[in-house]
Ligand binder design. Structure first.
Ligand code: KMH
Ligand code: ZN
Length: 287
């Protein structure tokens, strides 16, 4: 089995400080939390950012400042969210892609999202793929329901995305595909055999889905975006605490954990060490 890639989804767009007092919000808080997750074994940070008052935003400058705060402290792969929040339109959601981060998410279809609808029609998918290709950003396909795999493969057929492909199965969102072993196996068997995948279980499903992925040879996403608890009735103390637990499980199961450079090799992302004119380290500079 490949080494295990652990992604920390530390912020998200929905959780508030009143839900989870340890939620990192400012660029410095996010930078510190990323360094702690890296120390614990995470190699990718799935990144959302917030305004000073804690609202989700896709503001390019805020992303730039936050990515700098992360890379000042550690060498993780930054994967920017293009999902943003459900009410955001395409231009707003796409803003951080022009910073040329190493990765960005690409949600592969529309889905009910609790009481809301997370809209990603076919034209939106194509726009996102074209933009990511133009800026040399590696997409991670976000799969909330089984039919979304077909859309991802259609993007490939139209040459809008290039292999190697990496999928993230987000399971257990109310209104989308439930988190179960059967569903996870079905999804893993529905993607190309040379693709890589991770799983993000929502809420109480985070831990069992992570343990399954460790044993099946997949990769894992944990963090407050998907789950704020350590166990039933007990809030987690930090994002790093959730990463540490997965790393302990992997260690017990003899699955070594990937460093950021090892994760880059597994995902086929070139290692870029340049410090660009505007000081971005690890990414590919800004426009
Ligand atoms: N906040 C969700 C509506 C992503 O980051 O790409 C979408 C989301 C997916 O979080
Ligand atoms: Zn997200």
């Amino acid at each position: 089995m490949e080494k295990l890639i652990v992604t920390a989804a530390m912020v998200g767009a929905e959780v508030t400080k009143s839900d989870q007092p340890h939620l990192p919000v400012t660029p410095d808080e996010i930078g510190e939390a990323a360094a702690a997750c890296r120390q614990a074994g995470a190699s990718i940070i799935h990144l959302h950012v917030r305004t000073d008052s804690g609202e989700p935003t896709q503001n390019k400058e805020r992303f730039k400042e936050t990515i700098e705060a992360i890379h000042k402290r550690c060498d993780v792969i930054v994967q920017v969210s293009t999902g943003g929040a459900v009410w955001m339109d395409t231009p707003e959601r796409l803003q951080p892609v022009s910073l040329r981060p190493e990765m960005a998410t690409l949600t592969c279809g529309s889905v009910n999202f609790g009481n809301e609808v997370f809209r990603n029609d076919w034209q939106t998918l194509k726009n996102f793929a074209v933009e990511m290709k133009a800026f040399g950003v590696r997409p991670e396909f976000e799969i909330f329901d089984a039919g979304m795999i077909k859309n991802a493969m259609q993007l490939a057929k139209e040459d809008l995305v290039e292999p190697p492909f990496h999928f993230d199965f987000v399971l257990g969102v109310p209104g989308a595909l439930p988190a179960s072993a059967k569903n996870l196996l079905f999804l893993t068997e529905s993607i190309p055999s040379d693709a890589t995948w991770s799983v993000a279980g929502i809420g109480r499903h985070q831990l069992p889905m992570a343990a399954l992925a460790v044993t099946l040879g997949g990769h894992v996403r944990v963090g407050f975006e998907d789950n704020i608890f350590y166990r039933k009735g007990e809030l987690a103390q930090s994002n790093a605490q959730l990463v540490e637990r997965v790393v302990r499980i992997a260690r017990e199961l003899d699955r070594p954990v990937a460093s950021p450079d090892e994760a880059r090799a597994i995902l086929g992302i070139p290692r870029i060490t340049d410090t660009t004119a505007d000081g971005m380290i690890g990414g590919k500079g800004t426009t």
